[in-house]
Write a protein that binds this ligand. Structure first.
Ligand code: DGL
Length: 260
């Protein structure tokens, strides 16, 4: 019970999920791994992501985590089954919030922003078939966006330029609900909202993942026991990750380097 919960993403997108987790489970400890050396996951092959996802999950288990959150839609799409088969601790994965979006839409048009790899995955096709039958789903892959949010910040000219291109098709299609299907994108939700009609719902998965994690911990008898501590590690350059995390997270965090 005292062990931390492991959480990982290709970079700092998963911190948007971690915020919701810490809010709901303030007495848990978390160990966050940013696989920055391999960012972006969204443009990589599925086989690579499966292998890498398993390696990251096993490393977090070796570091003593009692449960694992895959805070990355792309890693979930490619590797969730592989990871679940490889580790014995409970695993919580996330996927684009198509189901809640389908319940929210009035006009029957959903927009989904996600990575190329997520949108191309059979898992995403299954999600649409299960929950959005009869609706029009306008998907938009966003190459470059996760990296730009991290390296230049949500308010940068580069992010603005990419969003001008990526959000326009959803606005033109008249989507009244837009799903942020990549955990990096909530960092830019204000910039995304600014490019859509004011009444558009923008949905992400942070709160749903937090509820699911709470449920899973309780069911496994693993809830509580921590003190709200947060550890951060990266496969990339710790000083750079520290800088970027400070801009997004709003405070300086100590970042370890894990070399694998
Ligand atoms: N944050 C990740 C996701 O939720 C992916 C970003 C990337 O590395 O391409 O899909």
């Amino acid at each position: 019970m005292r062990a931390p919960i492991g959480i990982f993403d290709s970079g700092l997108g998963g911190l948007t999920v971690l915020k919701a987790l810490r809010h709901r489970l303030p007495t848990e400890d978390f160990l966050y791994f940013a696989d920055t050396r391999f960012l972006p996951y969204g443009d990589r092959e599925e086989a690579f992501l499966r292998e890498r996802g398993q390696r990251v999950a096993e490393t977090l288990v070796e570091r003593g985590c009692k449960a694992l959150v895959i805070a990355c839609n792309t890693a979930t799409a490619a590797a969730a089954e592989t990871i679940r088969a490889a580790v014995t601790i409970p695993v919580v994965a996330l996927e684009p919030a198509v189901k809640p979006a389908a319940a929210l839409t009035r006009c029957g048009v959903l927009g989904v922003l996600a990575t190329t790899r997520t949108l191309a995955s059979p898992r995403f096709a299954g999600l649409i078939a299960r929950h959005a039958g009869g609706l029009r789903v306008v998907t938009q892959a966003c190459p470059g966006l996760a990296e730009a949010i991290e390296s230049e910040g949500p308010q940068s000219a580069r992010v603005a330029e990419l969003l001008d291109d990526y959000v326009k098709p959803l606005a033109q299609a008249g989507a009244d609900v837009v799903v942020l299907g990549c955990t990096h994108y909530p960092w830019a939700s204000a910039q995304i909202a600014a490019r859509l009609p004011a009444a558009t719902h923008i949905v992400d998965t942070g709160d749903a993942v937090a509820r699911q994690l709470e449920h899973v911990l309780r069911a496994a008898g693993l809830q509580g026991g921590g003190q709200g501590r947060l550890g951060l590690a990266t496969s990339g350059a710790p000083a750079q990750v520290n800088e970027k995390a400070a801009r997004l997270w709003g405070e300086r965090l100590v970042v370890d380097h894990w070399d694998f």
